[in-house]
Design a protein around this ligand. Structure first.
Ligand code: GDG
Length: 510
């Protein structure tokens, strides 16, 4: 690593990066060529796109796992971003990642749609791996640097990092929901997680309700006061990280932590540009033709995850076919179910259940010429996704619980023709902003069927009016705005600058 020792025997070694992003997975994938040689390819995603300019301006580094067990390599530069690995062993992956992250926290934070498993050895691994991430970050970050940690796999890192490096400004963003206290309180390590998160200066959530749930947990478990978006964290005089920055200053007694909503978004312009590509337009046309030119093409795009409500969607669709409300000659559903977490038991069971249902519906209602569900258990390139969005008359987002749901926003961004209907679950964070979608409760199957029928028969003028309003929101509130907003608030906590300055400006003024 590029750390240089500060000279003092007790101080943690300092690195050279002024802006450090930390996430479980690095934004690059290892690609093995036919001749056995390996290289790294940037994994596409809004987060990287949004943070890239800040990275370039501020000597940015990205810290995370390379995606394969025991993969150790030297830090390297990838298109302007310093990539710093945190290796994970096969037992780490089993206990910290597949176990505690994906089989304890994920179901718990999504309203226990599936039962969470609590295992003390998973927790121990989570603590140990979080400590490793904190150490790697401490070694990479320059004096007074800004660090932005991402997501539920790393909730202990803020506190661990503050203990190692009190000079840093620390932000944390939670991409998934934060559950109500009645559910959160089941977690045997509930207090430790709250303490871990409160090591940050700014904690971001997708929805106002998530921030409220977090603040309630803080009050119940720690007894700290919360005022508006602020949490007052008492300071012991000799506690590490004694600094009273930020808008509320009570010298010597509290540090204030911001806990509020920053709804994430997408790189909307790049999706629209992609959708406008003649090749994408032609492919959209071709998709419809290959499906036999249905009058209505409906689309679902999800990771194959029990939170996404794919089963509820299929139930509604199957009943509509059975009731004769729609016919397979007129309506086709394309369902992309991207493989996910295939070694976790609940995901294996989900796949079996979904594929059984798809098979039954196609068997019961299909004809030689018309298959009701075109089902795809694999991922597609971005261009194909955009073509599907352009081709679809109706987009079905029926999540039972979802932090935000970017698919809903991507569909809207691609519809520069101002057509298409978004059917959107009110349990997805996106529903807070996308109010002109047809909002549904996915548990209410009859309500979902009514909304789908309404979408099928909606006059063009209504479709356009709704889509225009949705597009305004998505194009204005894009991912660049999300990261700018977060970093602006985080900037008020920096030793090096004042609110409203970019990180770059702050660093220049020191
Ligand atoms: C978590 C939270 C929150 C899917 N299939 C393909 C493909 N995708 C892309 C989509 C979209 C992304 O994956 C999925 O994002 P979502 O937001 O829908 O859901 P999660 O993966 O669960 O993400 C979620 C998000 O974090 C961000 O904070 O919104 O609530 O759960 O971008 O387009 N992309 C390609 N091929 C596929 O087959 N290229």
């Amino acid at each position: 690593m590029n750390g240089t020792d500060s000279g003092s025997e007790n101080a943690s070694p300092r690195g050279e990066y002024g802006f450090v992003v930390v996430s479980n997975r690095l934004p690059v994938d290892r690609v093995i060529a036919a001749d056995g040689s390996s290289s790294w390819a940037r994994s596409p995603g809004g987060l990287v796109t949004a943070l890239e300019p800040v990275m370039r301006q501020n000597e940015g580094a990205w810290i995370g796992w390379g995606g394969q067990p025991d993969l150790e390599f030297e830090p390297f530069d990838n298109e302007g971003i310093r990539v710093v690995p945190v290796p994970l062993s096969a037992p780490d992956i089993e206990n910290y990642y597949e176990g505690f992250s994906n089989d304890t926290l994920w179901p718990l934070y999504h309203d226990v749609i599936a039962p969470p498993s609590f295992h003390r050895e998973w927790w121990e691994s989570y603590v140990e791996v979080n400590q490793r991430f904190a150490q790697a970050t401490a070694a990479a970050a320059a004096e007074g640097a800004t660090v932005w940690e991402q997501d539920y796999q790393l909730q202990l890192v803020p506190k661990m990092l503050r203990e190692l490096r009190p000079d840093l400004t620390i932000g944390f963003f939670n991409h998934i929901p934060f559950p109500p206290y009645g559910i959160y309180s089941q977690l045997p390590w509930r207090a430790q997680i709250i303490e871990g998160l409160l090591g940050a200066d700014v904690i971001g959530f997708q929805r106002i309700a998530d921030a409220g749930n977090f603040q309630r947990a803080v009050r119940r478990l720690k007894g700290y006061s919360t005022k508006g978006t602020y949490v007052e964290v008492p300071l012991l005089d000799n506690s590490p990280g004694v600094r009273v920055f930020g808008p509320i200053k009570r010298q010597g007694s509290f540090r204030t932590v911001v806990a509020r909503a920053f709804p994430i978004s997408i790189d909307a312009k790049s999706f629209e540009d992609l959708a406008r590509e003649p090749s994408v337009q032609a492919r959209a046309h071709q998709i419809r033709q290959e499906l036999g030119n249905p009058r209505t093409l409906m689309l679902g795009v999800d990771r194959l995850d029990y939170t996404k409500g794919i089963g509820h969607r299929l139930k509604a669709y199957g009943e509509m076919l059975a009731d004769g409300l729609i016919s397979p000659e007129d309506v086709t559903l394309v369902q992309v179910a991207n493989p996910s977490r295939e070694r976790v038991q609940a995901y294996m069971a989900l796949r079996d259940e979904i594929e059984l249902t798809v098979g039954r519906i196609n068997g019961d209602f299909g004809t030689i010429a018309h298959t009701p569900i075109s089902y795809h258990h694999h991922g597609y390139p971005r261009e194909e996704m955009a073509a599907l969005y352009v081709a679809a008359d109706i987009m079905l987002v029926t999540a039972l619980r979802d932090g935000m749901n970017l698919v809903a926003k991507e569909y809207v961004a691609c519809r520069f023709d101002e057509d298409g209907v978004l059917v959107l679950s009110e349990f997805a964070g996106a529903s807070d902003e996308l109010k002109r979608a047809l909002l549904i409760n996915p548990h209410d199957i009859d309500g979902m069927k009514d909304a789908i029928l309404q979408a099928i028969s909606m006059p063009k003028r209504d479709r356009q009016a709704r889509m225009r309003s949705l597009r305004k929101r998505v194009l204005e509130n894009d991912v660049a705005r999300w990261s700018t907003d977060f970093l602006r608030v985080l900037g008020t906590y920096s030793h090096h600058g004042a609110a409203g300055h970019t990180l770059h400006e702050e660093r220049k003024t020191t």
